[in-house]
Design a protein around this ligand. Sequence first.
Ligand SMILES: *[C@@H]1O[C@H](CO)[C@@H](O)[C@H](O)[C@H]1NC(C)=O
Ligand SMILES: *[C@@H]1O[C@H](CO)[C@@H](O)[C@H](O)[C@H]1NC(C)=O
Ligand SMILES: *[C@@H]1O[C@H](CO)[C@@H](O)[C@H](O)[C@H]1NC(C)=O
Ligand SMILES: *[C@@H]1O[C@H](CO)[C@@H](O)[C@H](O)[C@H]1NC(C)=O
Ligand SMILES: *[C@@H]1O[C@H](CO)[C@@H](O)[C@H](O)[C@H]1NC(C)=O
Ligand SMILES: *[C@@H]1O[C@H](CO)[C@@H](O)[C@H](O)[C@H]1NC(C)=O
Length: 471
Amino acid sequence: MKNLPLLFLAILTFRCLNPVSAACHVDDEAGLLAFKSAITADPSNKLSSWIKGTDCCTWAGTNCLNNRVTSLSLSGQPDNPSTYLSGKISPSLSKLKFLNGIYLQNLNLSGPFPDLLFGLPDLKYVYIEHNKLSGRIPNTIGNLTQLEALSFYYNRFTGPIPSSISKLTRLTQLNLGGNILTGSIPSGIQNLKNLTLFNLEQNGLSGPIPDFFTSFPELRVLRLSGNYFTGKIPASISALAPKLAYLELGHNALTGQIPDFLGNFKALDTLNLASNKLSGVVPQKFANLTKIFNLDLSRNYLTDPFPELNVRGIESLDLSYNSFHLKQIPKWVTSSPIIYSLKLAKCGIKLKLDDWKPAETYFYDYIDLSENEISGSPVGLLNRTDFLVGFWASGNKLKFDLEKLRIVKTLKYLDLSRNLVFGKVPSGVSGLERLNVSHNHLCGPLPATKFGASAFLGNDCLCGAPLDLCK
Ligand SMILES: *[C@@H]1O[C@H](CO)[C@@H](O)[C@H](O)[C@H]1NC(C)=O
Ligand SMILES: *[C@@H]1O[C@H](CO)[C@@H](O)[C@H](O)[C@H]1NC(C)=O
Ligand SMILES: *[C@@H]1O[C@H](CO)[C@@H](O)[C@H](O)[C@H]1NC(C)=O
Ligand SMILES: *[C@@H]1O[C@H](CO)[C@@H](O)[C@H](O)[C@H]1NC(C)=O
Ligand SMILES: *[C@@H]1O[C@H](CO)[C@@H](O)[C@H](O)[C@H]1NC(C)=O
Ligand SMILES: *[C@@H]1O[C@H](CO)[C@@H](O)[C@H](O)[C@H]1NC(C)=O
């Protein structure tokens, strides 16, 4: 113990004499401590290493170059409030003059647009995602011309996208998805010629999607789902054919046909046009989308014939609620070695389910075959889908003993309503999150479950809570 002061002296001397010591700059320390003091709750003690007088380059979340903090990255776990940081982002963070990147993800930071960004000349990367920043995005955002990536994904920004955003010409990523933005897409965004990712999904944006896509030769990800966009899919999107991998325009109010040119998108991995008002046939050229893994065209007004796709393996497919009469589950679906989600509700499928033998069932999470003309039994199928999470097959002609159905541990959703299912309701259903076996031919006492009467109504002789007492 008595050696301790000596050790201290030795460390101090070492620090003072060594010009490349790791002690961080006083401004950086002050800025970070101010950031910490604006945090009102830190239940997981993320900032416990942030102690005045210690080297701030060793603090959790900091990175330094030549004793200057160049990046700050702190993140919580999604949906786990005990890992959040609450409070505001202190403007004193602008003391960190060499900051090049700010990464604050899955926290609970609130307050307006962080004006401190204006004071940081080297700042290139801003990812403040899954927080609660609110108010308008100021028009002065156009001053941040050095930015290469800007993401405010999932915050609570309101009002329009400022037109000055067109001045951020170095941006390669612009992600304002998951806010409450309104108005239309500013046409000046066409100046952002280096964009590889452009995401405005899940906002309240409206008007037509601008026909300006010849301006983005590098674009790989285009996400505009979940807004109120109207009009046709713009023709200039065809210019993105060589590189675009993600095209997501679902949950809008788009009209017209699916353009033929989408069949030329050689790199397309994911196409989501669901829940629009698209009509006509799906272009036969879709046969050439050999790399597509995720295809969602559900809830439109699309008609037959649906093209035969030349894919090695589809991962997820949703064609539900159009005007298709597929008759069978397509061969390229049945043969897929990697499929995890198949949704073909109301697709005019006539099939005895026992005869459907998918090549690989290991990855299946979701199967929705509701509102078709499917007979037979799902017992064999569900015996092979070990990790199934949801099975929906209401409005078919399935006829089997419910007690024989294997209910795997992962299963959460089971809808067999309006079929010809018989037998008793097994107690294994009590662990599900949602169940519907109404309008079948079930009989006998119900096991104890949390489900209401409408899950069981319209059977032959079910009894016990929530239905009438058994006699
Ligand atoms: C998030 O922050 C707000 C305001 O600072 C606070 O009232 C709320 O309790 C926080 N929520 C969680 C889950 O930490
Ligand atoms: C933005 O730039 C303008 C002109 O260059 C300048 O007058 C203004 O003060 C800047 N605004 C901010 C918030 O930095
Ligand atoms: C766009 O990217 C190219 C190639 O990386 C680069 O040379 C150019 O300076 C960038 N444009 C802007 C405005 O930053
Ligand atoms: C698919 O691509 C090939 C070669 O790129 C082309 O010859 C063929 O016409 C295309 N098929 C359709 C239906 O467009
Ligand atoms: C379910 O699977 C088990 C083991 O793989 C097998 O023994 C059984 O016969 C199967 N039952 C049905 C109804 O397919
Ligand atoms: C069960 O299905 C029936 C008929 O399809 C429907 O009317 C009812 O609302 C559903 N109940 C639940 C709890 O989902």
